[in-house]
Design a protein around this ligand. Structure first.
Ligand SMILES: Cc1cc2nc3c(=O)[nH]c(=O)nc-3n(C[C@H](O)[C@H](O)[C@H](O)COP(=O)(O)O)c2cc1C
Length: 322
């Protein structure tokens, strides 16, 4: 699909997720055919101030491209300057603006989903970011702030007028955070209303959910978040099903553990040992979920600090399953 002047190689995208979609996880999702990868949300001001930790989060490998970088903030000047800097890095194909994050710390600063309550400012941000970059600019937002102020349709139209090249809609309000079910009907209505591409997001956890959301919304692309945690295989499953009607086989435990080990090794390659070991615990928990006796092995590896011990324990566990 085309987003501005960029043609994505497919239409099954990995959602931006803070603390999850770092370089190692993105590489794993790419291996299983995610069409477009989003970074974790990046603080625009921190980019402008050349914050070292933020720049560490901006590392990209050629083999994962195309990559969309997502920025958050609410000061148009900083957002535009960050967009300019990120464009000059020459690493990203798309700049996405976060207008959906529900986290209290973020909305208190007027960022993320708080921008849905301030459409004029949101317009100004998109307008200034567009003027600062020749990359396509996209906006990710929610259904509205709460049930009493649902404004995704007007908001999406405004983002289009401000120059957005595509929008992603997560069919929940800010007040819902991640609870309840995502409203796919409103995504359909937005798709009918806009001329720019609409990316559908929320509760796509299987190939058949992907088929249903496409059917209902007629969206141009799908974006998968939690459904990819410990389950990067979902991208290939959805692609195979959509391209050739191939029904996915159950993922065998060995593939899950082998993938978890590859992911672990990538984390060790790109992060300090301490960071890799602690951050990978949640990913390992997701990979192991539902496997035989997995609570015991999870408990066991969560107490380990030596990476080789973790890898050995996982290898032994995989052998015990065959
Ligand atoms: C752990 C976590 C972190 C997230 N971080 C971000 C983020 O940085 N930027 C963003 O736009 N959305 C973020 N989201 C929201 C997801 O991108 C997505 O919109 C939401 O999870 C709904 O999609 P899903 O049902 O496929 O998970 C996050 C979600 C989760 C669960």
């Amino acid at each position: 699909m085309r987003i501005g002047n960029f043609e994505t190689p497919g239409n099954v995208f990995l959602a931006p997720m803070a603390g999850v979609t770092d370089l190692p996880f993105r590489l794993i999702c790419k291996q299983f055919e995610a069409s477009l990868l989003y970074t974790e949300m990046i603080n625009a001001k921190a980019v402008c101030y050349e914050d070292k930790n933020t720049f560490d989060m901006l590392l990209v490998e050629d083999q994962e491209k195309p990559v969309a970088v997502q920025i958050f903030g609410s000061e148009p000047g900083f957002m535009a300057e960050a967009a300019r800097t990120l464009t000059e890095l020459n690493r990203f194909e798309i700049i996405d603006i976060n207008m959906g994050c529900p986290a209290p710390k973020v909305v208190k600063a007027g960022d993320g989903s708080a921008l849905m309550k301030n459409p004029k400012l949101a317009y100004d941000i998109v307008n200034k970011v567009k003027a600062a970059t020749n990359l396509p600019v996209t906006v990710k937002f929610r259904k509205g702030w709460d049930e009493k102020s649902i404004n995704a349709l007007e908001f999406g139209k405004l983002m289009q007028e401000a120059g957005a090249d595509a929008v992603t809609l997560h069919g929940r309000t800010r007040e819902q955070y991640y609870s309840g079910t995502a409203d796919w009907e409103i995504i359909k209505e937005l798709k009918e209303k806009l001329t720019i591409p609409v990316i559908a997001n929320g509760d796509i956890t299987s190939f058949d959910a992907a088929e249903r959301i496409l059917d209902i919304t007629k969206a141009d692309a799908l974006m998968i978040g939690r459904g990819a945690q410990g389950n990067p295989f979902i991208f290939k499953e959805v692609n195979d099903y959509m391209e050739s009607a191939i029904l996915p086989k159950e993922i065998c435990p060995k593939l899950k553990i082998d993938t978890a080990i590859s992911h672990y090794k990538l984390a060790l390659k790109y992060k300090t040992q301490h960071k890799a070991v602690t951050e990978m615990r949640k990913h390992l928990g997701w990979y192991l979920k539902g496997l035989k006796n997995s609570a015991r092995i999870k408990d066991h590896i969560n107490k380990m600090y030596e990476p080789s011990d973790v890898i050995n324990a996982l290898t032994e566990y995989a052998q015990s399953l065959t």
